[in-house]
Design a protein around this ligand. Structure first.
Ligand SMILES: O=C(O)C(=O)C[C@]1(C(=O)O)C=C[C@@H](O)C=C1
Length: 389
């Protein structure tokens, strides 16, 4: 008897059927996450339960082994599923905690047009919030802030730090003077490529367009390209637009490959950032602060200036240490108009309304010349639990 041969079309139909079933099951699992969140409100249990996650992963790795599925493959998939579940529950609880923020449509401003990294971050951030977006492109960070301050937008999305190029000073400086509050954060993978509009090869490229940040984040690769003209644009989207208009074999843009497709560009080289793991953390600002439910991990961002005497900053940091408050970021920026005076920015893993944070603020107010809370918001960094295979 000969084995029946299926056509490629038939096999693909079966693969597609299974993929659809997987999607269906993922959507069902997501709905169950909501039920879990509701039950956690009743019992005041935190969303994250690391013991449950560990047990769940160990069981799935075992079950996967029996089906010849690699443990790494299984854990990777379920880390992503759990991350989605945690962020989905967080978004649901935050909506209940801040009912006035329950808008079906939100106007969001960001730097650059379609396909800029800020645009991608805005879409990713709001996709979990089940909010429809009216997208507003701006050509400067100042404009992003202005549109929210004047009420023309509800939210602004701004990059604040990158794993290759560090802090984005211009945004820190704008935060010093704004009345807006930080209400959220999102970390976006940044995958820089060289994007071209025509048939060309790397040797022909002599001019590169991008925002100054990507130029900086890819400095090591650009160095290997020799004598290259680096042209600065207001965003990666503007750079892509420019290269698409020029249609020349000697120009390229630095940007994201899928965004490049919007402008008809193709990637001739990918993975060109100095660090393979290149991420940018974005903050989301709004006119009104939000409250963060105690069931989810929160971050608080403060700015403060200390007395200009030896050890002033250390005294403030000791307050945090003594209260066991974890600081995830400390940045200093000059105060414009006051030479040698510094403004410090601190991110701490604490809910503003917690007793321990209120205690810290009381002590810090005593020790500083100026202190202001820029916002308290849900931490969107869902660290995966480790398991031993
Ligand atoms: O079972 C729970 O408590 C959930 O919140 C669900 C879930 C999951 O998606 O499996 C998500 C987060 C928790 O850390 C553990 C598990």
């Amino acid at each position: 008897m000969t084995e029946q041969q299926y056509s490629l079309d038939d096999i693909r139909k079966n693969v597609s059927r299974i993929d659809n079933e997987l999607l269906q099951l993922l959507a069902e699992r997501r709905q169950l996450s909501l039920e879990v969140a509701k039950s956690k409100i009743e019992t005041a249990k935190p969303v994250r339960d690391l013991t449950r996650e560990q047990a769940l992963l160990l069981r799935l790795v075992d079950a996967g082994n029996a089906l010849q599925l690699d443990p790494q493959y299984v854990t990777q998939i379920f880390h992503t599923i759990i991350e989605d579940s945690v962020l989905y529950q967080q978004a649901y609880l935050q909506k209940l905690t801040n009912p006035e923020s329950l808008q079906p449509v939100a106007r969001v401003s960001f730097l650059g047009s379609q396909g800029s990294y800020s645009h991608l971050a805005s879409r990713n951030y709001f996709s979990k919030k089940q909010t429809k977006l009216v997208e507003m492109s701006c050509s400067t960070f100042r404009d992003v802030i202005n549109t929210v301050e004047t009420g023309n937008a509800d939210y602004g999305v701004l990059p604040i730090e990158n794993t290759s190029s560090g802090s984005i000073n211009e945004v820190y400086d704008l935060l010093q003077h704004t009345s807006l509050s930080i209400v959220g954060e999102i970390t976006q993978p940044i995958e820089h490529c060289l994007l071209v509009a025509t048939d060309t090869n790397l040797d022909q490229i002599t001019t590169l367009y991008s925002h100054p940040q990507p130029h900086q984040q890819c400095s090591e690769y650009l160095h290997t390209m020799g004598n290259i003209n680096q042209e600065y644009c207001s965003s990666t989207a503007e750079a892509m637009q420019k290269v698409a208009e020029l249609q020349r074999a000697d120009v390229a843009a630095i940007g994201n490959a899928s965004s490049g497709e919007i402008y008809g560009l193709t990637a001739v080289k990918s993975g060109i950032a100095n660090q393979q793991e290149n991420f940018t953390r974005f903050i989301v600002v709004a006119r009104k602060p939000v409250e963060v439910t105690s069931l989810i991990p929160a971050k608080t961002t403060l700015i403060m200036s200390t007395a200009q005497k030896a050890g002033s900053l250390v005294e403030c940091l000791v307050v945090l240490r003594n209260l066991n408050i974890n600081m995830t970021k400390l940045e200093s920026r000059p105060v414009i108009g006051n030479p040698w005076e510094e403004m410090f920015y601190l991110d701490v893993e604490q809910n503003l309304k917690s007793e321990v944070m209120q205690g810290a603020l009381e002590e810090l107010t005593r020790l500083t010349r100026f202190i202001k809370v820029l916002g308290c918001y849900p931490s969107e960094n869902v660290k995966p639990v480790d398991i031993e295979f």
